[in-house]
Design a protein around this ligand. Structure first.
Ligand SMILES: Cc1cc2nc3c(=O)[nH]c(=O)nc-3n(C[C@H](O)[C@H](O)[C@H](O)COP(=O)(O)O)c2cc1C
Length: 389
C-alpha cells in the first residue's frame, strides 16, 4: 500500500483539497450560552492545514435544537458574528470548513428548551431509559417525552435549516453539512424503529425520507448544492435509532440524493456515512454490529450507489484510512477522537508518528484549554509529548 494514499489531492465539488484526512464534526460544549468563543478559533485553527477539510461541531439551527450544554448556534446575529472569527482563523491556515447543521429532536430536555417546553420530534415517545442525557450541571437524566411536530411545525423546521445554511455562508463557512445521523431529529424521521407517524412523514420508506429530502432540497436551493454535504448513519442504533432494514434505508436515501442532484443539475459536496463499527460514541471505545466483512460490504454497497464524493467515519486508524482510500471504499476519511487528541494529526499521519491519547472525561467539559487546546503538537517539547504517549 502506498503511504501517500491519504495524501493524494482530491477535488471535492469546487474545493481543491491537498489530502484526505478530514476533521469529523464533534460537539465539544465550549460555546458558552451558544456563542462561539475565541478558544474555538484556536481549536479549529490548530487542526487546520493548507488544503485540509474541517467539519464543525453540530451547530443549532434554532433555539429548540440543543440537547447538550453550551453547543453553538447559527440562528442569530451574535452567533454569526462569533462564528466568523472561527472561520477566519481556519481560512487563514488554508483549510476549507463546513458548518454542521444540527437539531437533536427528542434527544433534548426541558432545561435546553425555551420556556421549559417539551423537546420536539417526529413522534411523542421518549428515548428509552437505556440512554441518559448530559445535563448542564454535568449530571445525567432520563430523556423526557417529546411533542410530535405537526405539519406546519415541519415546514417551519425546514425553514430553520434553510435560514441556518444561509447564516453559515454569511459567517464565511464554505458550506454546510446536514446532520441526518446518530438518532437526532432527521434520523427520528428516517428510522422505522422510531417513526410511527401515520401521515405522509411516516410508514413507507418514501414517507420517512420526505423530511430529510425537503431539508436537503431547501438548503441546496438556498446556498448551492455544491456547498451541501449530508451525513447519515442507517446502521447505527445510537439513541434507539434502529431500523428493520438499514441497507435498504441507506440505499433509499442515496437514490433520492442522486435524483435530486440530477434535478438540480449539480452534485452535492458529499455524502458522509458513519461506519456501523462506531456505535455508542462517547460511551464505549468502539463497538461492533456485524462482522468486519459484513460492514465493509455494506459501506461498499452504499459507496458504489452514491454518485459523488463519499466520506467514511468511525473507528478509522491511519492504516484503515489508507486502505479505504487505496481500495476505493472512500474518497475522504473523517477522524474524530484521534483528531481531538492530536491537533497535528495530519502531520503525524504523514510521517507515521506516534499519537497522543484522547481523554474522554474532557470531551464535553467547558474549560477553554484543558482537554481542548492543550493537546501537544509533535514539536511542543519532548518531555511534554512523551508523558502523554
Ligand atoms: C466528543 C464527540 C462528539 C461528537 N459530536 C458529533 C457531532 O456533533 N456531530 C456528528 O455528526 N458526530 C459527532 N460525533 C461523531 C464523530 O463525528 C465521529 O463520527 C466519531 O467520533 C467516530 O469517529 P472516530 O472513531 O474517528 O472518533 C462525535 C464524536 C465524539 C467523540
Amino acid at each position: 500500500m502506498a503511504d501517500s494514499d491519504l495524501f493524494t489531492p482530491y477535488k471535492m465539488s469546487k474545493f481543491d483539497l491537498s489530502h484526505r484526512v478530514v476533521l469529523a464534526p464533534m460537539t465539544r460544549c465550549r460555546a458558552l450560552g451558544g456563542i462561539p468563543r475565541s478558544a474555538m478559533a484556536e481549536y479549529y485553527a490548530q487542526r487546520s492545514t493548507p488544503g485540509g477539510f474541517l467539519i464543525s461541531e453540530g451547530t443549532m439551527i434554532s433555539d429548540t435544537a440543543a440537547g447538550f450544554p453550551h453547543v453553538p448556534g447559527i440562528y442569530n446575529e451574535e452567533q454569526v458574528r462569533a462564528w466568523k472569527k472561527v472561520v477566519d482563523s481556519v481560512h487563514a491556515k488554508g483549510s476549507v470548513i463546513f458548518c454542521q447543521l444540527w437539531h437533536v429532536g427528542r434527544a433534548s430536555h426541558q432545561v435546553y428548551q425555551p420556556g421549559g417546553a417539551a423537546p420536539l420530534s417526529s413522534i411523542d415517545k421518549p428515548i428509552s431509559q437505556r440512554w441518559r442525557i448530559l445535563m448542564p450541571d454535568g449530571s445525567h437524566a432520563i430523556y423526557p417525552k417529546p411533542r410530535a411536530l405537526n405539519h406546519s411545525d415541519i415546514q417551519d423546521m425546514v425553514e430553520h435549516y434553510r435560514q441556518a445554511a444561509i447564516n453559515a455562508i454569511r459567517a464565511g463557512f464554505d458550506g454546510i453539512e446536514i446532520h441526518g445521523a446518530h438518532g437526532y431529529l432527521i434520523d427520528q424521521f428516517l428510522k422505522d424503529g422510531i417513526n410511527d407517524r401515520t401521515d405522509e412523514y411516516g410508514g413507507s420508506i418514501e414517507n420517512r425520507c420526505r423530511f430529510i429530502m425537503q431539508v436537503v432540497k431547501a438548503v441546496a436551493m438556498a446556498i448551492g448544492a455544491d456547498r451541501v454535504g449530508v451525513r447519515m448513519s442507517p446502521a447505527i442504533d445510537h439513541l434507539d435509532a434502529m431500523d428493520s432494514d438499514p441497507p435498504k434505508l441507506g440505499l433509499a436515501v442515496i437514490e433520492r440524493l442522486n435524483k435530486l442532484q440530477l434535478e438540480l443539475g449539480s452534485r452535492l459536496a458529499y455524502l458522509h456515512v458513519t461506519q456501523p463499527r462506531y456505535v455508542a460514541y462517547g460511551q464505549t471505545e468502539s463497538g461492533r454490529l456485524g462482522s468486519e466483512e459484513e460492514e465493509a460490504q455494506l459501506m461498499r454497497t452504499w459507496r458504489r450507489a452514491y454518485q459523488g464524493t463519499f466520506i467514511c467515519s468511525g473507528g478509522f486508524t491511519r492504516e484503515l484510512g489508507m486502505k479505504a482510500i487505496a481500495d476505493g471504499d472512500a474518497d475522504l476519511v473523517s477522524y474524530g477522537r484521534l483528531f481531538i487528541a492530536n491537533p497535528d494529526l495530519v502531520l503525524r499521519f504523514k510521517i507515521n508518528a506516534p499519537l497522543n491519547k484522547y481523554v474522554r472525561k474532557t470531551f464535553y467539559t467547558q474549560d477553554p484549554v484543558v482537554g481542548y487546546t492543550d493537546y501537544p503538537f509533535l514539536d511542543s517539547g519532548k518531555q511534554k509529548l512523551s508523558s502523554r504517549l
